[in-house]
Design a protein around this ligand. Structure first.
Ligand code: HSE
Length: 369
């Protein structure tokens, strides 16, 4: 039976992965070993095949006894154990949510509804390192990757509206605490005018009492046009990943330029993106809609009307689902080769846990387990 080591299964992405694995019955037929960086010897989940005890996540021998290691523990952990494991001769499969290894030449970024063929080819050639993509990129590629694959994209800009979850669980909690701080003063004076409410809001945002330890500034009632650390040429690292990872996921050569501005907004777990696509030719909108709708089982083309858009193309509608709707599709006034689009996706599902869960299943078919 395939021995699968789980690391970082208690964090936010790990918890979503565990939930999805249970829903998909992914623990049956495998021997799951649960590791911990802080609680070795503690009780393991019911699915544990190893005496229901947590193993030490820094124990290279224990790790190396697994055929597959799935890590949602984060980049520092990957940096700490992956190199030594490989150097020690471990030939198992490493499936990771962290960005550390994504751009390594012998690692594949997994997003099988769009690059399943590339994943299977890599497995056949002996690749053993598989990494989930950046959430923003994965969700965008799920939505419009088919246009790239059809050779229809000359370049693309993406303006993002990224949820608090992308920054981590503590950020989601802080966002809600900030919202409470904003609403609190209005409870005392429920009948104020809009301008009076506005004054109370800005005052609450600018006081020292609003919690800002995670974001540094208030996000509630505001937005933050900066995600991740800075890079040369004025980009943030999140913006840099747009082009690097899109091209790697889709195996595009020559590379298609992708760039934009990444913005954090006060939503909980859905990333949204406004896209401007320069097409390689003037393709009729109907054909574009057909390509996008037929891309995979989770693609949804939302009619470009107000009712459908507000019902189906918002974080509120999409959160907690695997659907990746794309809408607002129309030719921009810039010219017939310029396509406007808007897409929304759950950052914790297709943006994080789902590609890993599916990679395990692809791997099991590959090795016949
Ligand atoms: N870097 C992303 C964000 C999250 O901050 O929203 C995961 O890829």
């Amino acid at each position: 039976m395939l021995r699968v080591g789980m690391i970082g299964w208690r964090g936010m992405v790990g918890s979503v992965l565990m939930q999805r694995m249970r829903e998909e019955d992914a623990f049956s037929g495998i021997e799951a070993i649960f590791f911990s960086t802080s609680n070795a010897g503690g009780p393991a989940p019911a699915e544990s095949a190893d005496g229901a005890v947590l193993r030490d996540a820094s124990d290279l021998k224990k790790l190396a006894a697994c055929d597959v290691l799935m890590s949602c523990q984060g980049g520092d952990y990957t940096s700490q154990v992956f190199g030594p494991l490989r150097t020690s001769g471990w030939k198992g499969y490493w499936i990771d949510a962290a960005s550390t290894l994504r751009m390594e030449p012998d690692a594949v970024i997994v997003l099988d509804p769009v690059n399943g063929a590339l994943i299977r080819e890599a497995l056949a050639q002996g690749t053993r390192t598989f990494v989930g993509g950046n959430c923003t990129v994965s969700l965008m590629v799920m939505a419009v990757g088919a246009l790239f694959q059809a050779g229809l994209v000359e370049w693309m800009t993406t303006m993002t509206y990224q949820a608090a979850s992308g920054a981590g669980a503590a950020h989601m909690q802080e966002l809600v605490r900030q919202m409470e701080c904003l609403v609190e003063p209005t409870r005392a004076s429920p009948s104020e005018t809009a301008l009076e409410l506005d004054r109370m809001m800005i005052e609450a945002q600018r006081t020292d009492s609003i919690p800002t330890r995670e974001f540094g500034v208030p996000l509630a009632g505001s937005l933050l046009p900066w995600v991740d650390r800075d890079m040369p040429d004025g980009q943030t690292r999140e913006e840099w990943k747009g082009m690097a990872e899109t091209n790697k996921i889709l195996g595009l050569y020559p590379q298609v330029p992708v760039d934009g501005i990444c913005v954090r907004v006060g939503t909980m777990r859905c990333h949204s993106q406004g896209l401007c696509i320069k097409l390689t030719k003037d393709v009729p909108l109907k054909d574009i809609e057909q390509i996008l709708a037929g891309a995979h089982a989770w693609a949804r083309v939302i009619p470009n009307d107000k009712e459908s858009t507000l019902r189906c193309l918002t974080p509120t509608a999409v959160s907690g689902t695997l659907m990746v709707p794309v809408g607002r599709l129309h030719k921009l006034k810039l010219g017939p080769k310029y396509l406007g689009a808007f897409t929304v996706g759950d950052q914790l599902l297709w943006g994080a846990a789902e590609p890993l869960l599916r990679m395990l299943s692809i791997l099991r078919s590959h090795i016949g387990s």
